[in-house]
Design a protein around this ligand. Structure first.
Ligand code: HEC
Ligand SMILES: [Cu+2]
Length: 316
């Protein structure tokens, strides 16, 4: 086997090396026959070219060649069976539950990913895993078909409304990896991205402890809680805090500002406006922007919503 890490980047998960193996196997077979057939094509074209002034020779009358036919039926058939068997082996390995896998619920919606861990932690557009610890993603969609794709893991699975689908992951490398939606799901599809962060086990455990403390801490001010929620809800993917517009308008100084809406009205951004912008963002669209902000109706409720609004008011 050639050094795959040089070709594809180091193996990031249990599945990635296996999938690359199948890919290289098929590529090698296809490459060999491509060079063989195209090489012979060129060779024959030159070798048997009609020379100037030469009469067209009588073509011999060939009715068949049993040996040759048997060879070109048996060899490709065996190769196809080998490709099938190798692929099936890897497919079974990828779809077989890994014992001891921790479960994580994944919900896709236009246009974001939300993750819910067994201990009650939640996050939006960020999935954190520990190195070498297997997980089982139990996935569904709230609206249309999405597809969770982790290119470095070579793993992809559709998420459908009203049904659970699964993906088993076993991280083999620490670092930050991309998660994409691989099923065109609407205007904001290209922005439907999440980050996978793989940490060493000890670091991961520390992080989990910290998150749990934060969850329990009632001592945090409303705005500080809002800041944490804001950061874990993926808002920063589309909104800046420094005055520059991104995919969405900057949230610097958003509270109290006069907002031009796409339908021509202009409104003052008060608490009710902020609430509506977050919970049902597609009711009032800010002029000059696309209606692609996901509705946080189900993810930010009650106190959480109040906390985020309190935080937005501090961004002056
Ligand atoms: C996928 C990109 C995206 C994400 C994620 C996102 N937004 Fe937005 N947001 C937008 C866009 C685009 C607009 C402007 C269009 C509209 O009004 O819907 C907007 C508008 C807003 C507005 C109104 C701004 C103004 O100038 O009037 C607020 C407030 C807001 N978003 C808050 C949030 C908060 C809080 C979060 C996280 C909980 C968030 N957004 C996440 C894209 C996004
Ligand atoms: Cu999608």
């Amino acid at each position: 086997m050639p050094d795959q890490s040089a070709l594809f980047g180091a193996e990031a998960s249990l599945a990635s090396g296996d999938v690359d193996g199948v890919f290289l196997f098929i590529l090698a077979i296809a490459g060999f026959f491509f060079i063989l057939t195209q090489g012979l094509l060129f060779y024959f074209a030159i070798r048997y070219r009609r020379k100037k002034g030469e009469e067209a020779a009588d073509t011999p009358y060939i009715t068949g060649n049993q040996t040759l036919e048997v060879i070109w039926i048996v060899i490709p058939s065996l190769l196809l069976v080998a490709i099938f068997a190798y692929g099936l082996f890897v497919f079974i390995k990828m779809t077989t539950p890994i014992p001891g896998a921790a479960e994580i619920q994944v919900t896709a919606s236009q246009f974001q990913w939300s993750f819910k861990y067994q201990d009650g932690r939640t996050s939006v557009n960020e999935l954190r895993l520990a190195l070498g610890q297997p997980v089982k993603l139990i996935m569904t969609s709230r609206d249309v078909i999405h597809s969770l794709f982790i290119p470095d893991y070579r793993q992809k699975q559709d998420l459908l409304p009203g049904r659970y689908t699964y993906l088993w992951l076993l991280p083999k490398k620490t670092g930050t990896f991309d998660i994409y939606c691989a099923e065109y799901c609407g205007t904001g599809h290209s922005l439907m991205r999440a980050t996978l962060i793989v940490m060493p086990l000890v670091e991961y455990d520390n992080w989990v402890q910290g998150e749990r403390k934060k969850l329990q801490a009632g001592t945090l001010s409303l705005a500080d809680r809002g800041k944490a929620l804001f950061e874990s809800s993926g808002c920063l993917g589309c909104h800046s805090l420094d005055g520059t517009p991104k995919v969405g308008p900057t949230l610097k100084g958003v509270f109290g500002r006069r907002v031009q809406l796409a339908d021509g009205r202009s409104v003052r951004a008060d608490e009710e406006y902020l609430r509506a912008s977050i919970v049902e963002p597609n009711e009032d669209i800010v002029k000059g922007f696309q209606p692609i902000m996901p509705a946080y109706r189900a993810t930010l409720k009650g106190d959480d919503l109040a906390a985020v609004i309190a935080y937005l008011k501090t961004l002056q």
